[in-house]
Design a protein around this ligand. Structure first.
Ligand code: AP5
Ligand code: MG
Ligand code: ZN
Length: 215
């Protein structure tokens, strides 16, 4: 199954993707995670991406599309994949369709995790993320705290607060989302593969709604 996860910053794409990995046995491809891992390694691509991410702006399409194209060529995707945070612009969506068309493997479902804007700000200001990029589990100090403060339940490494989770940057990310990414809802709706899920409430309940729309 080939899935695109759509939704604003902090809507829970990453949280739900981790659960889908366990359930469906298909990999999560998060462009945000790829950039953060590249930055940690100090590669030129990672350093370039950081200058955009810190401002809450989008990394240029040609860079992102190149990264995804490379990832989609890897051999671990025969059961499918889940794209988290890509595509985020119309040109990215069109490029993705072109790549997949060439392989005869189109997207099956575009799942929109729908969350009101004010809730997103609260979620991101309390988010904590695992430092271990192979794990990358995320928590919330109030809504989804780890068992031991500051430590990842899954792998035992320290948690940190992302640089772009300050309130000013979050506001900018929301503006960018509304302007550049929200039009993709219509794009996938017109292809009749948009699946809307209410993204507010307990994490497990949202997961159950996602599973339902995928069947
Ligand atoms: P990216 O890393 O993709 O960030 P994002 O889209 O802003 O989304 P987030 O990761 O912030 O949120 P999420 O939806 O994954 O929510 P999460 O599950 O963590 O991108 C970062 C940057 O990279 C971009 O700004 C851009 O610069 C660049 N970039 C990436 N992809 C790009 C692309 N394609 N093109 C151009 N640039 C690109 O949950 C958030 C919090 O809420 C957590 O604390 C969680 O515990 C909590 N939570 C989750 N579910 C619930 C719930 N049901 N109730 C209460 N709390 C909840
Ligand atoms: Mg995420
Ligand atoms: Zn971890």
């Amino acid at each position: 199954m080939r899935i695109v996860l759509l939704g604003g910053p902090g809507s829970g794409k990453g949280t739900q993707a981790k659960k889908l990995v366990d359930r469906l046995g298909i990999p999560q491809i998060s462009t945000g995670d790829i950039f953060r891992a590249a930055l940690k390694e100090g590669t030129p691509m990672g350093l370039k991406a950081k200058t955009y991410m810190d401002k809450g702006e989008l990394v240029p399409d040609d860079v992102v599309i190149g990264v995804v194209e490379e990832r989609l060529a890897k051999p671990d995707l025969n059961k499918g994949f889940m794209l988290d945070g890509f595509p985020r612009t119309l040109p990215q969506a069109q490029a993705l369709d072109k790549i997949l068309q060439a392989q005869g493997k189109p997207i099956d479902h575009a799942v929109l995790v729908d969350v009101p804007e004010e809730e997103l700000v609260t979620r991101l200001s309390g988010r904590r993320t695992c430092k271990n990029s192979d794990c990358g589990m995320m928590y919330h100090v109030k809504f989804n705290p780890p068992k031991k403060e500051g430590i990842c339940d899954t792998c035992g490494k320290d948690l940190y607060q992302r640089d772009d989770d300050s309130e000013a940057t979050v506001r900018e990310r929301l503006t960018v989302y509304n302007k550049q990414t929200a039009p993709l809802i219509d794009y996938y709706d017109k292809k009749s593969i948009l699946r809307r899920v209410k993204g507010v409430g307990p994490i497990d309940q949202i997961f159950a709604s996602i599973e339902k729309v995928l069947t």
